[in-house]
Write a protein that binds this ligand. Structure first.
Ligand SMILES: C[S@@+](CC[C@H](N)C(=O)[O-])C[C@H]1O[C@@H](n2cnc3c(N)ncnc32)[C@H](O)[C@@H]1O
Length: 253
């Protein structure tokens, strides 16, 4: 169904906030944030980024709060539609990039179905933030000719991935949302042929003031995670590029 837009109809911009550091949002994202009537945001939006919004802009938090779950995706979609229908310019601010494990696709579908104009502003995804923050390349002519971003958390909470493809040599794996499935991920990758001694790291809150990296190997990473009580938001990085990390990288462990 296509809705007719009144001259006062609102619109939505899906803006990538970047991995955490407020200076890593794009100029376009910052400009639109400064123009928004309403900002809808969640947990992974870094400190200081909301300060780029107008002081009088409505701010709506839709992330997880202690003891509570995230607002269901349908409710977020409805909220965006309602705010835009009220004539507002809405910035939907998402950590990293809206289209990298960000459910941006679902929000766009809902907005388009409601006839609301929507634009997308990309952001620096967490993998790129982690590589920059700790000084390891994701590709390198001598180490990795490809880099794969994969989710370790499927819709039904299982971790069913194409293990033989992920275990191929000469690539870097960056696994989002993989901490709870780390035992399975480590075991399956080794069973598929990736050597247990492959360098690996857990990167917690890359580019945030409390960022941390824990290094190990594919085989030792589950124990490293347990010993250090590693929690989300954390990326798992697997590949020999991890061995190229700058030793002076802030917070390196
Ligand atoms: C729902 S995904 C969102 C990804 C986001 N759209 C992006 O492009 O980075 C959430 C997961 O991203 C990863 N993540 C996001 N920001 C991170 C950061 N600053 N440091 C480490 N991992 C991060 C974690 O694996 C976290 O569980």
């Amino acid at each position: 169904m296509t809705a007719l837009l009144s001259p006062s109809a609102g619109r939505v911009a899906l803006v990538g906030a970047g991995p955490g550091d407020a200076e890593l949002i794009t100029l376009k994202g910052a400009r639109l944030l400064g123009q928004a009537d309403a900002v809808v945001y969640d947990n992974l939006v870094g400190q200081g980024i909301l300060e780029l919004a107008r002081p009088d802009a409505e701010r709506v938090f839709v992330g997880k709060q202690a003891g509570h779950h995230t607002l269901p995706q349908e409710d977020i979609c409805r909220l965006l539609v309602d705010l835009a229908r009220a004539g507002k310019f809405v910035v939907r601010l998402k950590g990293g990039d809206p289209f990298v494990f960000g459910r941006g696709g679902e929000e766009i579908e809902a907005l388009q179905a409601a006839g609301i104009p929507v634009e997308i502003v990309p952001g620096v995804t967490a993998a790129l933030g982690a590589a920059a923050a700790f000084g390891f390349p994701l590709t390198h002519r001598d180490h990795a000719q490809s880099c794969v971003f994969v989710t370790g958390h499927l819709k039904d909470h299982s971790v069913e991935l194409d293990w033989p493809a992920l275990a191929r040599p000469g690539q870097t794996l960056v696994i989002y949302m993989g901490v709870t499935g780390l035992d399975i991920i480590s075991a399956r990758l080794q069973a598929a042929g990736l050597p247990g001694g492959t360098p690996a790291a857990l990167v917690y809150r890359a580019t945030w003031p409390n960022q941390k990296i824990h290094r190990g190997t594919l085989a030792t990473l589950p124990a490293v995670a347990r010993d250090n009580q590693v929690k989300p938001p954390t990326l798992i990085v697997i590949g020999s590029v991890v061995g190229l990390m700058r030793e002076d990288a802030a917070g390196a462990a």
